[in-house]
Design a protein around this ligand. Structure first.
Ligand SMILES: C[S@@+](CC[C@H](N)C(=O)[O-])C[C@H]1O[C@@H](n2cnc3c(N)ncnc32)[C@H](O)[C@@H]1O
Length: 510
């Protein structure tokens, strides 16, 4: 057993931990099943519970796990835990400080490391050190789960002392994302973010230990190239608060109205970005929204913005091409300017498995995830048929996009099993007629009056950026300003010449 000297900070922490930080009395009993539901399967596995406290989760973990090591640095607390949970013969109780170098846990011996409200009591440096050590203790393929309160204190407990660090969630995401380790044979390992979700006012992370060479290439591209944090904020300045896609809240209001959302319906937003559309749907239509996005940066922003909002939204870092949901789960699948990113990976191309991993496969999956009567609404960048110009080809290649013609896109939805497919070219007014004939060829029953169109929206966005030039340069940089203005002008040229288009797609599952 490792004895811990109680200094003033630790006593303060002890008092604070006992006061159940951030919980209102009525939420306490509801949360435990929600937290447990986020854990990867751990039946028969070895679990390390850090900061186990008086054992709110210890018994639950012990019921499933092969063995649990429950650890806390306050002797009286871990004793209380032992008196409650000591009848589980697969639990060992240890009084130890997680930050102490004396704490020895064998490398690669643990399947799941669990902690609840622990890291927020540690300094930044202690969090970083502990994260590194956790990776060492974990088996390859093992998981880390932690839940923390972020930003600010919440709940109804009165406290004398508060030694807590209410950090921005992206601090934890960054620290764990940057953790790397090598074993004695020179193999390198890191953590892959499996999910990051908001439960009430708290954020839960699940990480998996993976070999460094495991393919996370596209996620890295999104987070380090196209959607760096600074890049996201820059886009948001153009599209409007909460959005990184064409027309921001205006197109969102117009398109969401077509869904005729009803209270209690379940909506999946594929490529939710920073979550503005999800908050809009949940707050205005009382629907339950799950937003998934492959970019860790996007989801970190979305989570930050959702905190304290009184509506049902969940955000998760997930690749829509790999995510699994039971059949018939959602009433609506919604996706704005995202599916342009979905393309056949070079690995699958080389194996000639193209049909299974591209947009057709994704739309077939959407079809399965939707309930009968469910609806899908997608907006996306498209292109006219024929070879693109050199400039457009380079743009598509640099972004890693996979673009189709509007009509072809509608056909892919039909082929996936959807009914009443509407495929509208929303590039400009002139295109309305085109969309009419196109709609007819797809057996469409309804024809919408065209409102938002790409060129009009691009002009409006460009105009606003140019009018606010000084503030934009002050908040970002001259280079950022030039890139945005240049990029928007290029999109205007391409879409005016008809080379680039913007499609709006709506379809139903019978
Ligand atoms: C242009 S942004 C649009 C974001 C949001 N829909 C909006 O309207 O503000 C495209 C989003 O797609 C996400 N994305 C790209 N590939 C993805 C994938 N395979 N799974 C989930 N999201 C993905 C990107 O990270 C990015 O946030």
């Amino acid at each position: 057993m490792i004895r811990v000297q109680e200094n003033n900070v630790k006593v303060a922490m002890f008092e604070y931990v006992q006061s159940s930080p951030g919980q209102t009395s009525e939420t306490k009993s509801l949360e435990s099943p929600q937290v447990l539901s986020l854990l990867p399967p751990f039946k028969g596995k070895s679990v390390l519970e850090l900061g186990a406290g008086i054992g709110r989760f210890t018994g639950e973990l012990a019921r499933e796990a092969g063995q649990v090591l429950a650890l806390d640095f306050i002797e009286s607390v871990i004793k209380k835990n032992e008196s409650t949970n000591g009848h589980f013969k697969n639990v060992k109780f240890m009084c130890a400080d997680v930050t102490s170098p004396d704490l020895k846990i064998s490398p690669e011996s643990v399947d799941l490391i669990f902690s609840n409200w622990l890291l927020m009591y540690l300094s930044d440096k202690e969090v970083k050190n502990l994260a590194e050590r956790m990776v060492k203790w974990l088996k390859v393929g093992g998981f880390i789960f932690f839940r923390e309160s972020c930003f600010h204190q919440s709940g109804d407990s009165k406290r004398k002392n508060n030694p807590t660090h209410y950090r921005e969630p992206r601090f934890y995401t960054k620290v764990f994302k940057e953790c790397h380790m090598h074993d004695d044979s020179g193999n390198s390992f890191e953590l892959s973010l499996i999910s990051c979700k908001c439960i009430g006012a708290y954020i839960c992370w699940v990480w998996k230990k993976v070999n460094s060479q495991d393919d996370k290439g596209f996620q890295r591209f999104l987070d380090n190239v196209q959607y760096k944090c600074s890049g996201i904020l820059r886009y948001e300045r153009v599209f409007g608060e909460g959005f990184v896609s064409t027309g921001g809240i205006d197109t969102t209001k117009e398109f969401v109205a077509k869904l005729e959302l009803k209270p209690g319906q379940k909506v999946l937003d594929v490529g939710c970005g920073i979550g503005g559309g999800d908050l809009y749907m949940a707050e205005n239509f009382d629907v339950e929204v799950i937003g998934i996005d492959l970019s860790i940066n996007m989801v970190s922003f979305a989570l930050e913005r959702a905190i304290g909002r009184k509506c049902s939204v969940e955000f998760e870092v997930a690749d829509c091409t790999k995510k699994e949901y039971p059949d018939n789960t959602f009433d609506v699948i919604y996706s704005r300017d995202t599916i342009l990113h979905i393309q056949v990976s070079s690995l699958f191309l080389s194996l000639s498995l193209t049909d299974d991993f591209d947009k057709p496969a994704l739309f077939k999956t959407f079809f399965k995830w939707l309930k009968p009567g469910g609806k899908v609404l997608i907006s996306d960048y498209c292109k006219r048929s024929g070879p693109p110009s050199q400039e457009f080809r380079e743009y598509i290649k640099q972004r890693g996009y996979d673009l189709h013609g509007v009509e072809e896109y509608g056909q892919i939805l039909k082929d996936a099993g959807f009914d009443e497919v509407i495929a509208e070219d929303r590039t400009d007014q002139v295109q309305i007629e085109l969309s009419l004939s196109l709609s007819l060829s797809l057996n469409v029953c309804t024809i919408w009056a065209s409102e938002a169109n790409f060129i009009k929206v691009l002009r409006r966005e460009l105009d606003a950026v140019e009018k606010g030039k000084d503030a934009f340069i002050r908040d970002f940089s001259k280079e950022d300003y030039n890139e945005i203005v240049g990029g928007w002008k290029a999109k205007l040229i391409r879409s005016s010449s008809g080379e680039q288009s913007w499609g709006l797609f709506f379809a139903k599952k019978k």
